[in-house]
Design a protein around this ligand. Structure first.
Ligand SMILES: [Zn+2]
Length: 457
């Protein structure tokens, strides 16, 4: 098996860390970086030394897929057990004791099922792999890993031709700001209600027509109903489409995926199906219709269209504002095993949408790099640091700050009543302060004269 240079480096760094007596190592490799090939190489090298490997996946569907990759990469399948986490947990006493445990998608590894396995084989060294080493809603992975090994970034993978470059469109069809969060994720029933209320299926077809007409597209929906309705809306508009969810019989699922692969189906709507690691066919566009608090889910869904193909530009159409929660898929992120440091990764949301073409662009752009739209001065955004977090401020706030810094007498330079009011607002003075000064200066509009007669005798 020929590894790419950065994959070989990662394998080397993982082994070096274990040689330094780290008992459990968490390796980070971005989506599209070829995680399963690196996992296979770690397993193969362990087998070659006569070591037995327990490989843990979190979904049953992944077992066969991983086994195929492993055989292809020369892993000794007689020395390697590939197990779904739930299954392994139930039959720990029947498993042959491994010499190495490899955990796939190990951002789940704080869950009790994984810990039961780790505790049972507490003296067995472990390696975990993930693209996003944080877990929804709680602490860092430092509780189950000793060392964090990172590799090349998503940006690097794009720049070096391992992933397709992308265009990200944010076209909000539903306001997610009122949704409540439980256990770190939006409450599913509320999300469903929001989608129903906004009846956004038809609008989804319209944006698809505008930005991605005819592209092979995967749509991530929040509920089965929403997914079915979306597929229906596309069919009504003349696009071949299908809906799949976890309950779809395997045969029907395979048929639909195969037809999608051949281009006979243009639009594939699904609920939580084409998620982590699942071998989805190549597509040119993804549409996000499920708001999520999970960075991991966001990255996996949004990057699904980015598999490399010469000349391809992947499209991402985000109808639920996920990009404003998580930033762009290839934003630089600083990972850490500790709980408090992971929050830092969230502060890279320095983006906004262009009101003309809906592209997501850097927050500070004065001109949209996609369509050339020039932001008016009052629309411009500025960045500043507050307590170590980077926040956006607008032009009006900058103006207010300038006014606050001026000496009191500077009000005399105001030319109009409106200017005086802005001066007063910026410094926290009452409306009547502005009325009195304007009256003294002879610039009070007629409509406020009665206030002078009543209050400023
Ligand atoms: Zn634009």
């Amino acid at each position: 098996m020929n590894l790419r240079p950065y994959q070989a480096d990662l394998v080397h760094n993982i082994r070096a860390s274990m040689k330094k007596n780290n008992h459990s190592v968490c390796a980070v490799l971005g989506c599209g970086g070829g995680k399963s090939v690196v996992e296979a190489e770690i397993a193969r090298l362990a087998n070659a030394k006569g070591n037995r490997v327990l490989f843990i996946v979190h979904r049953r569907e992944l077992c066969a897929q991983i086994a195929a990759t492993f055989s292809r990469c020369g892993v000794d399948m007689g020395m390697t057990d590939i197990q779904m986490v739930q299954t392994a947990t139930r039959r720990l006493d029947k498993l042959a004791k491994p010499d190495l445990i490899i955990t796939d998608e190990c951002h789940h590894a704080l869950a009790s099922s994984y810990r039961r396995i780790y505790d049972y084989f507490s003296d067995v060294p472990r390696v975990g792999f993930t693209a996003t080493p944080i877990r929804l809603g709680d602490g860092g992975l430092g509780e189950v890993f000793d060392d964090l090994i990172t590799s090349v970034s998503t940006k690097w993978l794009i720049e070096n031709g391992y992933l397709a470059p992308y265009k990200y469109y944010s076209y909000k069809l539903a306001d997610t700001s009122q949704l409540h969060v439980r256990a770190g994720e939006y409450i599913a029933s509320e999300v469903h209600g929001l989608m129903e209320k906004n009846a956004i299926y038809g609008d989804t077809v319209e944006t698809y027509r505008k930005f991605a007409d005819g592209a092979q597209t995967i749509i991530y929906c929040a509920s089965v109903k929403a997914s079915q309705e979306t597929a229906k809306a596309f069919r009504a508009a003349g696009y071949t489409s299908a809906h799949l969810d976890g309950e779809t019989p395997p045969n029907d699922r395979e048929t639909a995926v195969e037809r999608f692969r051949r281009g006979e189906i243009k639009v594939l709507c699904n609920v939580d199906l084409f998620g982590e690691g699942f071998d989805v066919p190549d597509c040119a566009c993804v549409v996000l219709l499920r708001p999520t608090k999970s960075l991991s889910l966001f990255i996996q869904q949004s990057m699904r269209s980015m598999r490399f193909k010469a000349g391809k530009t992947a499209l991402i159409i985000d109808h639920v504002g996920n990009v404003f929660e998580h930033g762009l898929p290839d934003d630089p992120r600083e990972w850490s095993l500790s709980a408090e440091k992971k929050a830092k990764a969230k502060n890279s949301i320095l983006i906004r949408e262009c009101p003309m073409c809906y592209s997501v662009i850097p927050a500070t752009s004065a001109v949209c790099p996609m369509c050339g739209y020039e932001f008016r001065p009052e629309e411009r955004k500025y960045l500043e640091t507050v307590d170590g977090d980077i926040v956006e401020i607008d032009a009006a706030e900058i103006e207010r700050r300038k006014l606050r810094k001026l000496p009191y007498e500077a009000y005399a330079k105001c030319r109009t009543f409106d200017e005086l009011r802005e001066f007063a607002d910026a410094r926290g003075y009452q409306f009547m302060w502005a009325v009195r000064r304007a009256n003294e200066m002879g610039i009070l509009p007629l409509k406020y004269r009665h206030l002078v007669r009543r209050f400023c005798s």
